[in-house]
Design a protein around this ligand. Structure first.
Ligand SMILES: [Zn+2]
Length: 991
């Protein structure tokens, strides 16, 4: 004992570049070694977490940021910090570093009360390079006035490019970003809900920025916010993985001692206790494509549960939150979802612990205005029901089993996610060790439940019925919501413009010119560190599963004690209607009753023995023909080795012809919920939907992808819900399932040892054996494609626009290229990366004010996109300009090399041990083919890019454009720009 104590004290005082160890401990369950240090001179905190055998290295610096305003100062500062710093005085060093690194994650994010800057890479040199740029960025940013105008807000000339001084509009990257974010009903609800729960401190404000308040932010205020918050004494750094500690510490020490020490930002105060529950109501957006336009409002009840620093109470809160609201067997699901008053839970339903006060909330969305009060009453009756009925032991066991599994399941972003989970808790005073030791809490809870089986139920009374920190909230959808926002913006613009003198207006134009010049200037990036193409390993180990049975492959994993099971059915010969039904089938299969379990029991039964089951549609392409693509249905589950005997029979119920119970009533509930969810999710990833639709006109892959997961799939779901004939639908899906369940299936097992003897009998007994049809015999039936072929000499142009009620655009273009095995795919992929980072980001993000833009090459198509874009047609014009830019060779071999690095971030992105070899197994790829593609990518040159640009992009055979966004604006724009309007009219679509 004495010896251990001596060792400890020696270690505790050890000094590493000015950092002193203040605490050191192991977390055995997660195999972690944690060292907490404090930088003596500046008081910056640094926690290093080591995990044996990890290849990824993580850095994450976090500041407590406490805005007392809606003008978005914390969020805008996060953007400005990325715009150049003392040692790296170049425009957007972050964006530039993305292309000079092999990182697998680089980002920055503003929370309600913190701002963090994380990155992840597996290359040590890259880690040190990024460390240098990140530290300099946060502690010594340039914070230039011109960048403030670019990122925050400014008055500038309108989209038509005229310098008419009376046509000034509000611009700015964050201004547009937040307009988009606040048009998303889920985000709007959640922001307002936080304010309703915690109205007295910083949480009443929108840390991202309210669009109409952002233009009140001044440059001086921004600089002061940096000085007040981004100081060493207010910083907490987490590093993870096998990093060179001495070098890392030396670098941090150098930066931390060269800036003022500062002071910790003010602590977040817990909401003072309330004497009565409160009510809040606000307006929300209207969605013409809602399932039922009369049901678009939201109601919820929120409860302040406990202080974030109380790790045990937060653990209890998480378990109780799951028991109350997760899955169809939970009391709130029965009470709320099955009431039929709405179609899915309101955003934030469940227990969450981001704030100083941890909160439980429950409610419904898609509710008629007159039913909002009833929904709130149902929350209380559901809680009362839980209190009276208690929780079945198997539900508690299932939740605890999931926690145990999660500590063993290895994911490629383990360290990064750990830093995301730990930072907010630490900021609110939670203990680091306790925050990491979840399994000891599982043990403790089991002991408590032994002593008192009602241990969890007993928390319901104090948490919900004796609690006064309760908010009843409503968001009421208003048909004119968007119009009101537009008018507010017009008024604000007018007010800002009216205050301008003639001189002031001219200054604005000067500033626009200055911005433009700077954006056009070729940046000198010499000062930035970089990796080079030679840092990319020429060869990479491929994991090849070995065949262990007629339809079974196996890949050995090491020592987690878990077995992973995958199965895939290739869906040859489905009709068009059957293919359309696949997204519904995939949604339903795991959420309806199966085998001996009804739909309430199945989830619990699964979670007791496994990490859950997933069913997803996929696509196989013919590597030699872009006009062939085949849908697949993929199954996945995992669990402890010793549970395999129980997992297999449940797995079997997915595949048996009479396994699933396609009950019409249940289908109705699931599809209503799924449609609402899918529809609400479009605005967050509108660029993907836009690209998918453009792509659908171009290749078989695109067409199939649109049917399975594009807006067309959502439309299929909507039609099913509207038709409201679930018995017929049930019959159709039953027949589809019968067909699928007789098709050839192949499996892949990841485990410590070969489990095939155990599994073979099961899989062989359910299948008639291998069907003789060759894998790619039958193509996805696309009549359109066949029709198109004869016109190949006549370029085909598609123009489609979707009106989904969004105030901003998602503009995309897809052009046809070539099949996957072709040697031109490598240069096309590199070209897409270069075009994205060197041209589109500048033209569309920096000039155009969109939040994002880029390009990719997938499934025989070159695709370009913009994200949350104020422009429509002019962005399309920029896509054409991008092709000209490549042709003019206004770029260098270095840009090509950076693009290669960028592409390899994806190619070499870390994957979980349980996902190794999946691509090889699924697509029948050979190791030689993978090596050949790698070699092709590594050897791309500038002349290759010129060649494929000319061959495929200059005058493409098929070109398809899609704009998701406000249509009136688009059509007005087109009328104003007859030059751009083309003979073919826009096809106008709706959900
Ligand atoms: Zn942002």
């Amino acid at each position: 004992m004495l010896r251990a104590g001596q060792t400890l004290s020696r270690r505790l005082t050890s000094n590493l570049q000015g950092f002193h160890v203040v605490n050191q401990f192991d977390v055995d369950d997660l195999k972690l070694k944690v060292t907490e240090r404090v930088h003596q001179q500046s008081e910056a905190k640094w926690t290093h977490i080591d995990k044996h055998g990890e290849t990824e290295k993580v850095f994450n610096i976090c500041f407590r940021t406490v805005p007392f305003t809606d003008n978005g100062v914390a969020h805008i500062l996060e953007h400005l910090v990325l715009c150049g710093s003392k040692d790296y005085p170049v425009r957007d060093p972050f964006f530039k570093m993305i292309n000079r690194s092999l990182n697998s994650f680089m980002n920055a994010m503003t929370g309600t009360d913190y701002t963090m800057y994380p990155f992840q890479t597996s290359n040590e040199q890259d880690f040190q390079n990024l460390l240098a740029v990140y530290l300099d960025a946060v502690f010594q940013p340039q914070l230039r006035y011109i960048d403030f105008n670019q990122e925050a807000w400014r008055l500038g000339e309108g989209d038509d490019g005229s310098d008419d001084l009376d046509q000034l509009i509000l611009k700015g990257v964050v201004f547009n970003e937040m307009k988009g974010a606040m048009a998303d009903r889920d985000q709007l609800f959640f922001r307002r809900f936080i304010a309703a729960m915690c109205p007295s401190g910083t949480y009443q404000y929108n840390s991202g920025g309210e669009p109409m308040a952002i233009p009140s932010l001044t440059y001086e205020e921004l600089k002061k916010f940096h000085a007040d918050h981004y100081s060493p004494a207010n910083a907490h750094i987490i590093t993870f993985g096998d990093v060179m500690l001495e070098d890392t510490a030396a670098h941090m020490n150098k930066t931390l001692t060269s800036v003022p020490k500062g002071a910790p930002a003010q602590e977040i105060v817990k909401e003072a206790s309330w004497t009565n529950s409160r009510e809040s109501t606000w307006n929300g957006p209207w969605n013409e494509s809602a399932n039922d336009v009369t049901k678009q409002s939201t109601a919820a009840v929120g409860f302040g549960i406990c202080d974030r620093n109380d790790t045990w109470m937060n653990f209890i809160g998480q378990i109780l939150g799951s028991l109350l609201s997760d899955g169809p067997s939970s009391p709130l699901y029965k009470e709320l979802i099955e009431s039929g008053l709405g179609s899915e839970y309101s955003p934030g339903t469940g227990f969450w612990m981001y704030l100083k006060d941890s909160i439980f909330a429950a409610g419904l969305q898609d509710v008629a205005e007159e039913d909002l009060d009833s929904v709130q009453e149902l929350v209380f009756s559901g809680l009362r029901r839980a209190q009276e009925e208690g929780f079945p032991q198997d539900r508690i066991d299932a939740i605890l089993h999931q926690i145990e599994l999660s500590t063993r399941h290895q994911t490629p972003k383990f360290g990064l996610n750990l830093s995301f989970g730990v930072h907010p808790g630490i900021l609110h005073g939670a203990d680091m060790k306790e925050s990491l030791e979840t399994l000891s809490y599982v043990k403790r809870l089991k002991e408590e439940l032994q002593k008192n089986p009602k241990y969890l139920v007993d928390f319901i009374e104090p948490f919900f019925f004796q609690n006064k920190h309760v908010s009843r909230v409503k968001m009421i959808a208003q048909k004119d919501y968007e119009d009101v926002q537009t008018k507010l913006e017009e008024k604000l613009t007018e007010k800002k413009v009216s205050k301008l003198s003639k001189r002031g207006k001219l200054d604005i134009l000067d500033l626009e010119m200055e911005l433009e010049e700077e954006q056009l200037a070729t940046p000198n990036v010499e000062c930035l560190p970089t990796l080079s193409v030679s840092d990319i390993p020429a060869e990479k180990q491929s994991f090849v599963p070995s065949q262990v049975g007629e339809n079974m492959h196996w890949l050995k994993t090491s020592g987690s004690g878990l077995t992973y099971l995958r199965a895939m059915i290739q869906l040859d010969g489905l009709s068009k209607r059957e293919t359309e039904l696949l997204p519904l089938y995939e949604t339903l299969l795991t959420r309806i009753g199966r085998g001996e379990y009804d739909y309430r029991q199945i989830g619990v039964a699964q979670n007791l023995i496994s990490g859950g089951f997933s069913v997803k549609t996929g696509i196989l392409t013919d590597r030699n023909d872009v006009n062939v693509a085949t849908p697949t249905i993929d199954f996945y589950t995992y669990g402890l080795d010793e549970k395999l005997d129980e997992i297999v029979p449940i797995f079997k119920t997915l595949l048996d012809a009479d396994g699933p119970d396609f009950n019409g009533e249940r289908i109705k509930t699931v599809l209503n919920e799924a449609y609402s969810n899918a529809n609400g999710g479009i605005v967050g990833v509108g660029h993907q939907y836009s690209m998918a639709f453009s792509h659908s006109n171009v290749t078989a892959y695109g067409s199939l992808n649109e049917t399975l997961s594009g807006l067309t799939a959502i439309k299929t779901m909507k039609t099913a819900v509207e038709t409201n004939d679930f018995d017929s639908l049930s019959n159709e899906i039953k027949q589809l399932h019968a067909k699928i369940s007789s098709m050839y299936l192949k499996t892949l097992v990841h485990s410590d040892c070969d489990k095939s003897p155990k599994l073979a009998s099961f899989f062989n007994s359910t299948r008639s054996g291998k069907v003789d049809a060759a894998p790619h015999d039958i193509s996805f039936d696309s009549l359109e494609r066949i029709r198109l072929r004869p016109f190949i000499n006549n370029p085909i142009r598609y123009k489609s626009t979707w009106n989904l009620g969004f105030p901003i655009n998602f503009v995309s273009r897809a052009v046809s290229t070539v099949h996957d095995a072709h040697e031109d795919v490598a240069p096309l992929r590199i070209l897409s990366a270069m075009m994205g980072s060197k041209f589109l980001l500048r033209e569309i993000r920096e000039f155009g004010g969109a939040y994002g833009a880029g390009a990719s090459h997938v499934g025989g198509a070159f695709r370009l996109f913009s994200y949350r874009d104020p422009s429509g047609l002019s962005t399309l014009a920029k896509y054409s300009k991008a092709v000209e830019w490549v042709q003019k060779q206004d770029w260098t071999e270095r840009d090509v090399n950076e693009a290669i690095l960028k592409v390899f971030q994806g190619v070499d992105a870390p994957i979980a041990p349980s996902s190794r070899g999946v691509g090889i197994w699924k697509n029948d790829l050979s190791v030689d083919e993978i090596a050949k593609r790698r070699h092709e990518l590594l050897s791309v040159t500038g002349s290759d890019l010129l060649r494929v640009n000319e061959k495929y992009l200059m005058n493409p055979t098929i070109r398809s454009d899609t704009i998701i966004g406000p249509q009136e604006a688009l059509l007005r724009q087109e009328a104003d720009n007859p030059m751009q309007s083309q003979t073919e009219a826009w096809k106008q679509l709706k959900l």
